[in-house]
Unconditional design. Structure first.
Length: 375
């Protein structure tokens, strides 16, 4: 065996690790942050996020996509396996759903100590109108066999992660896959146009209410199974663990969260906001994958006291964020603004993050440093 054949995947892919005390963001994290980007928070002003401002998380390379040659297969425990090109898929009944999608690692870079990975702060979110075919229609046409228990989705993106070579794959229980509300989509359009390459062109899954890891991009295969799927991104990654020996809890639905459009204008490097004294209009968005948002509260003293903001009435888009607004009377000095959401199931945001080994589900309240000028 020569040196080339002796080299294993470990030479390219190291284990998960936690940053050391005081460790700065490294070049690997900077490279990930350069490939993946968050929502500029001023873009919370848009009801629908323009595709170029919607957050992007790509595990491996963006695969080449040819809508004319692409085929989606539906197989496994079905009566009639399907092999569909994009034109055939578009012949099925289609719907459009407005969905807020959030990365499961949003807020990871704010944890201490920090799990080393994509260093999200708080911009790993976006809302789009997704058009496609309800998954339950495709599964009904294929015909589920009685033993069907899970549905596995495979993307065309391929790579190595923590020493495991793989396609990106996730699964849903049959009940979630066949649900009518929320309706899982095999989507081919975003905001009325074909999917951009970074958002899964030509086909992707959209799972409303779930963190973004469930919405497999570049979708090429749907496989119905009788046994739980144990792929890497189902059982090793995207699992909430408080320690390495914790068996953990798989991530599913998005935790309650609110963000504000940072007021005033920013310092270039620190992003500290600058406002002038007097009434300052505050606005932003709130969402939850568990239940409708019930209230949004604002604090101007770093979470010591709170008052309720005005929240838009619920609309017809049950799985999209809602707008909120209030007026803050700014006095000269240094302030920390915070916002938190509570849903109708009583889920609310903590003041401080709940630490876990993967840096997932950090929905601690947003903290926005503000300098109010004495003018």
């Amino acid at each position: 065996m020569d040196a080339r054949t002796a080299i294993g995947l470990g030479a390219a892919s190291g284990p998960a690790r936690i940053a050391g005390p005081g460790e700065a963001f490294g070049p690997d994290e900077a490279a990930l942050a350069g490939r993946n980007h968050g929502l500029p928070l001023e873009a919370l002003r848009y009801d629908i996020t323009p595709p170029g401002l919607h957050y992007v998380l790509t595990h491996y390379d963006i695969p080449p996509g040819d809508s004319h040659a692409w085929r989606l297969t539906v197989g496994g425990l079905v009566e009639e396996p399907l092999s569909l090109d994009v034109a055939a898929l578009r012949s099925f009944p289609t719907v459009t759903h407005r969905v807020t999608m959030e990365c499961a690692g949003n807020g990871r870079g704010l944890l201490d100590p920090r799990p080393v990975s994509q260093p999200w702060l708080d911009g790993g979110v976006g809302t789009a109108d997704w058009t496609g075919v309800p998954l339950h229609i495709l599964l009904a046409v294929a015909g589920l066999r009685p033993a069907a228990a899970e549905v596995v989705f495979t993307g065309a993106d391929h790579g190595v992660e923590r020493g495991v070579e793989q396609d990106y794959q996730r699964s849903l229980p049959i009940a979630a896959a066949m649900a009518g509300d929320p309706e899982v989509l095999v989507a081919y359009a975003m905001n009325g146009s074909p999917l951009p390459p970074q958002h899964g062109y030509p086909l992707r899954l959209i799972v409303p209410g779930w963190y973004g890891m469930a919405s497999v991009k570049w979708l090429r295969a749907i496989e119905v199974s009788a046994v739980p799927f144990e792929g890497y991104h189902q059982t090793s990654s995207y699992v909430f663990r408080r320690s390495e020996d914790d068996p953990g809890t798989p991530l599913t639905r998005i935790r309650a969260r609110a963000l504000m459009v940072p007021p005033g204008f920013p310092d270039f490097m620190s992003r500290t906001r600058v406002v002038r004294s007097g009434p300052v209009f505050l606005t932003g968005r709130a969402w939850s994958g568990h239940a409708p948002v019930a209230s949004v509260e604002i604090s101007s003293d770093d979470g010591r006291t709170w008052h309720e903001a005005d929240l838009d009435a619920p609309g017809r888009h049950h799985w999209a964020w809602r707008s909120w607004r209030t007026v803050w009377t700014a006095a000269p000095g240094l302030h920390t603004l915070s916002v938190r959401a509570t849903d109708t199931h009583g889920n609310t945001q903590p003041l401080r993050p709940e630490w876990n080994t993967g840096g997932y589900g950090n929905n601690a309240v947003q903290r926005v440093p503000v300098v109010c000028l004495d003018e």
